[in-house]
Write a protein that binds this ligand. Structure first.
Ligand code: TYM
Length: 343
């Protein structure tokens, strides 16, 4: 038997997070929050607010704590239950940063050079980006592995970061001759919600940074705004086909069908079976009704939670204490394996 045959044998655990860097949209909700709420009933679940990732680009200090509470309120509104899931701010658990430093010395520059999100976010002026933006995926690996999480529910845009986390886990286990130390975390990306596209351009993902507010549905949009954004969404003049092959080359149509499917908890195939032969004149009002019915209770609940920031702070503080308890033994183990003094 070789080192690599020995595998992580610890418990199954879910971890994920969202950055407090702007209003949450339908992509975040369907690609991440809905999955978190479902998984908490099945596995031990850790969900955090990625405030340390947010500051890789400038965040107004006077607003960061409020933005953090807003993400926590969205978690609760989406159905996360603090009695089931551990909900906390990343910066309140210093073990993330401690393990990230060790991982900075395990990850290779060549691995980070391949990260497409850094290329997109740094744009033309790479040399003016923060160093944090470059090592961002290493901190993400530490977020996951400090809890020895085995499964990470995310949208498709995080797939490359998850591969990097697996590579770091594998290299650490190998370099320090501790083959069972870290699990190789599995991304949970399946389903029609994993890649929600812009309502204005079916080839661009729905994003917080798109200058057009019509491109996305925000979790804070009211019913009229949601319905009007869906009415104005780009589509085409054809009817909906019977099968997914009929959506090839129709990115906007595919996206609207995917949004319906994700909101209804169905497959895109099942949605086509229901609407085949109908045009967008008939489909869009149905989609708007479904979106309003699904999202209005979430934004109402978010407003209710935000009206009591002290309660959110209590939940975050209790979550942080639990998270530190879970993270501390991993950091102690990693430091010992590295050979630090006093470990
Ligand atoms: P963030 O804050 O950009 O997005 C939060 C989650 O929403 C998903 N998402 C989407 N899903 C479907 N369609 C879209 N258009 C869409 N846009 C965003 C993202 O994939 C993500 O799941 N790096 C992460 C935060 C993070 C993290 C982690 C996640 C930090 N450490 C550890 C998991 C594990 C991020 O920037 O997500």
């Amino acid at each position: 038997m070789t080192d690599t045959d020995i595998q992580y044998a610890g418990p199954q655990r879910v971890l994920s997070g969202v950055q407090p860097s702007g209003a949450l949209h339908l992509g975040n909700y369907l690609g991440a929050l809905v999955k978190f709420a479902r998984l908490q009933h099945e596995i031990d679940t850790f969900i955090f607010v990625a405030d340390m990732h947010a500051i890789t680009v400038w965040q107004e200090p006077a607003q960061l704590a409020a933005q953090t509470r807003e993400i926590a309120a969205a978690y609760l509104a989406a159905g996360l239950d603090p009695a089931k899931a551990t909900i906390f701010p990343q910066s309140a658990v210093p073990e993330h940063a401690e393990l990230a430093w060790i991982f900075n010395c395990v990850a290779r520059l060549g691995w980070l050079d391949k990260m497409t999100q850094f290329k997109e976010k740094s744009g033309k002026h790479k040399e003016r980006s923060s160093v944090g933006l470059y090592t961002y995926p290493v901190l993400q690996a530490a977020d996951i592995l400090v809890y020895k999480a085995t499964a990470v529910p995310v949208g498709e845009d995080q797939k490359q970061h998850l591969e990097l986390a697996r590579n770091i886990a594998q290299k650490f286990n190998h370099d320090f001759a501790a083959p069972g130390c870290f699990p190789l975390p599995e991304p949970l990306i399946q389903g029609p919600g994993a890649r929600i596209m812009s309502l204005r351009d079916g080839s661009a993902k729905m994003s917080k940074s798109d200058p057009s507010d019509l491109s996305r549905i925000n979790l804070t949009d009211d019913a009229d705004t949601i319905a009007s954004k869906i009415r104005k969404a780009r589509s085409d003049a054809d009817v909906l086909p019977e099968t997914m092959e009929g959506l090839e080359g129709r990115a906007e149509a595919r996206n609207l069908v995917g949004i319906y499917a994700a909101l209804a908890g169905e497959t895109s195939e099942a949605v086509l079976a229901k609407f085949a032969g109908q045009g967008f004149g008939a489909f869009k009002p149905e989609l708007a009704d479904l979106a309003v019915a699904s999202l209005a209770p979430v934004s109402d609940a978010m407003r209710r939670y935000l009206a009591d920031p002290a309660e959110i702070d209590r939940i975050l503080a209790a979550g942080a204490a639990k998270a530190r308890e879970a993270a501390a033994p991993t950091v102690a183990e990693a430091k010992k394996l590295v050979g630090f003094w006093g470990t």
